[in-house]
Design a protein around this ligand. Structure first.
Ligand code: FE2
Ligand code: FE2
Length: 500
């Protein structure tokens, strides 16, 4: 188990709020109560976003949240959710964000940041009515409004909601901008990556519900991704190791976008084309929003369900053209949505088309889409294919499926052991794959940030080059013997991002 950044004295981005008191006596209990409050807030917010408050599911979600709120008050005497940068606090406890369940955390962090809200105070007099009115107004006052927080405060006062109050941000969220250093690129990459999942979710939900979803916000985000990839794509590529089946569609869309832009850059596409590629990649699976969830989450589909699933490219292309009109951007996006499951040899789906090779952008997205899909663990927790096996499969078994030149370039772009992978070296040291190999012809010899020494003891992280040759031994100084997904090693995504 590698030593994490906080433990070796590196500054953490997640420091307690300034008004927080000393740490709790029972951190595990506080953490459990905090998770319950946040998890139930997520559920009630999502449920009331979809159903009327009178709906039985809404009532259950409201009751569950009020129960979690009561439990928290009974133990800690207060119930406050605070957000800072990418961290979520309940009272003075920072909640760990695990790989499997980060949807609730991200939703709340993003939703509060989007509305420029720093804290939500749930008072002792909180009622069912307060909660339902608050959430209705909360959904109405999102980041598309010019002053969402002050607008929400006025609306809450007008509606006489007294059990919930909101506070200003106590620390301004970081915004991606021109990077002056590696640290800036890294921080901007982390911010942009999580924002892209949020924006993908918003776009697709608005799209599905028919609430005017326009390309503008997605486009702006894709341009930031293109700029960051041009400066240093290492952090963004490492972040694509984050998989979340519960939010598969949104995380997958962000991952496919980042991977496609990185591959497009390796191919030498110019900035304008990279922006178009990124947008098409982000929206390639938009047709999935029209497929029932049970078809998307279950293994072993019936022939009929399979047929339904295979309609998503056509549904996606149709929906884009219907929703966005026949502009150049929408036609390109529609084409990628339509072609991303077509094979080089004309197989794949949709079937029955005149034989015509897919466009370059569709070929790129076919590769990144396949790679991200097969390396995402299914909800049943079955074993998943490793990145190394996925790449091997694509190189050796995918000649008729994928463009072999693009596949080779993809392997060189992300490396045989992708950035962000945890590795055990033959010296006994462990570390995280930090940068690509210094020699582009050796994708399996990346630079690794060492976190534990040969005796397994944590060390302040330092970077080594696996391409270094030891003349005396006539062998490489260090080699990888085992690789692990970050989700197997880190219980908190923040610790993972700190180490990138
Ligand atoms: Fe797809
Ligand atoms: Fe996909």
């Amino acid at each position: 188990m590698p030593k994490l950044a906080d433990e070796v004295g590196q500054p953490s981005r997640c420091e307690a709020p300034p008004d927080a008191i000393a740490g709790p006596d029972h951190p595990d209990r506080s953490h459990g109560l905090g998770r319950a409050l946040v998890g139930n807030f997520y559920l009630v917010a999502k449920t009331l976003g979809m159903f009327d408050p009178a709906n039985v599911l809404s009532k259950q979600a409201v009751t569950a949240f009020l129960g979690a709120h009561r439990d928290m008050l009974a133990v800690e005497g207060e119930a406050v959710m605070r957000v800072s940068a990418d961290c979520l606090f309940v009272n003075e406890t920072r909640l760990r964000i695990d790989f499997e369940g980060f949807a609730a955390f991200r939703y709340i962090v993003d939703a509060l940041k989007d509305r420029q809200i720093g804290a939500v105070f749930f008072g002792p007099g909180l009622t069912e009515k307060d909660l339902t009115v608050f959430l209705r107004l909360f959904h109405e006052h999102d980041g598309r409004r010019p002053e969402p927080r002050t607008g929400l405060v006025s609306a809450l006062e007008a509606a006489k909601v007294e059990g919930i109050t909101i506070g200003e941000p106590w620390e301004l969220p970081e915004r991606p901008g021109p990077a002056a250093s590696d640290t800036n690129v890294k921080a901007a990459s982390v911010d942009t990556y999580f924002k892209s999942i949020y924006v993908a979710r918003q776009f697709m939900q608005n799209f599905r519900s028919g609430h005017g979803a326009t390309f503008q916000r997605v486009k702006r985000l894709v341009h930031t991704i293109v700029d960051l990839v041009a400066q240093d794509d290492s952090t963004l590529l490492a972040l694509t190791q984050i998989k979340d089946f519960d939010n598969f569609l949104f995380t997958h869309s962000a991952n496919v976008c980042v991977l496609s832009v990185a591959l497009g850059q390796s191919l030498g596409l110019d900035k304008d084309l990279l922006g178009k590629l990124g947008l098409s990649a982000m929206l390639h699976d938009i047709g999935m929003t029209e497929i029932p969830r049970e078809v998307l989450t279950r293994a072993g589909l019936t022939a009929e369900e399979r047929k339904l699933y295979e309609r998503h490219p056509l549904l996606g292309a149709r929906a884009i053209l219907r929703g966005q009109g026949a502009s150049e951007a929408s036609i390109r996006c529609a084409l990628v949505a339509f072609e991303h499951h077509l094979h080089e040899d004309g197989a794949g789906f949709p079937t029955g088309l005149a034989r015509r090779p897919p466009t370059l952008m569709s070929r790129i997205v076919a590769i990144t889409d396949f790679y991200d899909s097969v390396t995402t663990p299914p909800p049943s927790g079955e074993a998943t294919i490793t990145p190394e096996d996925a790449l091997r499969l694509m190189v050796h078994g995918g000649r008729d499926v994928f463009d072999p030149i693009l596949v080779k370039l993809f392997v060189n772009t992300i490396g045989t052991h992708p950035l962000g992978t945890m590795v055990l070296l033959d010296t006994g040291e462990t570390g995280i794959v930090h940068r690509r190999c210094s020699d582009p012809g050796e994708p399996d010899r990346p630079r690794v940030k060492i976190t534990t020494d040969t005796a397994g003891q944590p060390v302040p992280p330092f970077v080594v080059d696996l391409n270094e040759w030891d003349d005396q031994r006539g062998a490489y100084r260090r080699s990888i013997v085992e690789a692990m997904a970050p989700s197997e090693v880190f219980s908190d995504i923040i610790d993972f991002t700190e180490l990138l």
